[in-house]
Unconditional design. Structure first.
Length: 258
């Protein structure tokens, strides 16, 4: 019984960690408890324990709980396990400087796109999907760039399994629309999120190939639609594809023939 209670506490604590990670400005105890389906007293006990271990931090001014320092360092170990994260960073910086937009690196994980590295734009209005954030794959340029390397039947199976959530009025809403988008991505060599995740924001991405000829990850730039205008997309897409090709070469990767 004690072991079962211990496992339950771990699951609940991890749930609170995920909830804290979702908000950039932290979260209040009552909101975390409600979202986790826990009594406030239980949530407070777990958060206090996490704080003692460095995995949570309480900010008294705003009465908000944040992810702690040790959670960040632990999460960085995941990034180090991905062999392409470190060599990608200089490329992301150069891509950010060349385009003046936020540069990102992402992978597919559990049917979602996860940003694993990012170099922020210096523009006041910029698009950010913080590292660790999960995004529906069909609303993500990086996700679509990776899916474009899959067989059609596998893309359709994912659409059926994960669904096509309508996040904005421009989100893809049917398997047919998704496949048309994938076809365009394959033809031009880069993918586009045209305000499909956030209205007013666009993202362009290209795939990075592994030595085994599979999609290892994707590189993207994201920014305000007012800067990433339709007349600039072709040139920017080619610049992103170039960066993805450079990382592919650094990894010893190769695109499959045909």
């Amino acid at each position: 019984m004690a072991e079962k209670d211990g496992v339950q506490s771990v699951v609940r604590a991890l749930s609170l960690m995920r909830l804290m990670a979702q908000g950039e400005g932290g979260a209040r105890l009552s909101d975390l408890a409600r979202a986790a389906g826990l009594p406030v007293s239980t949530a407070h006990r777990l958060l206090t324990t996490l704080e003692q271990q460095g995995f949570a931090q309480f900010e008294p001014t705003g009465s908000a709980w944040h992810v702690g320092r040790d959670a960040f360092s632990t999460g960085m170990a995941y990034g180090r396990r991905l062999s392409f994260v470190a060599p990608a960073l200089p490329l992301l910086r150069r891509l950010r400087d060349a385009t003046r937009e936020t540069a990102n690196l992402g992978i597919l994980d559990d049917d979602q796109l996860v940003t694993v590295s990012q170099v922020e734009s210096r523009e006041i209005r910029r698009a950010l999907s913080p590292p660790g954030r999960r995004v529906p794959v069909f609303s993500s340029a990086m996700g679509k760039a990776i899916l474009a390397t899959w067989r059609d039947e596998d893309v359709l199976a994912l659409a059926s399994r994960a669904g096509l959530p309508p996040l904005t009025s421009k989100s893809l809403r049917s398997p047919e629309a998704a496949m048309e988008d994938i076809a365009r991505t394959r033809a031009r060599g880069w993918a586009l999120d045209d305000e499909e995740f956030n209205m007013g924001m666009r993202c362009l991405a290209a795939v990075v190939w592994s030595p085994q000829g599979e999609a290892a990850c994707a590189i993207s730039i994201s920014g305000a639609a007012g800067r990433l205008t339709p007349d600039r997309l072709e040139a920017l897409g080619a610049r992103v594809a170039q960066a993805a090709g450079e990382l592919t070469a650094m990894l010893g990767g190769t695109a499959p023939e045909g």
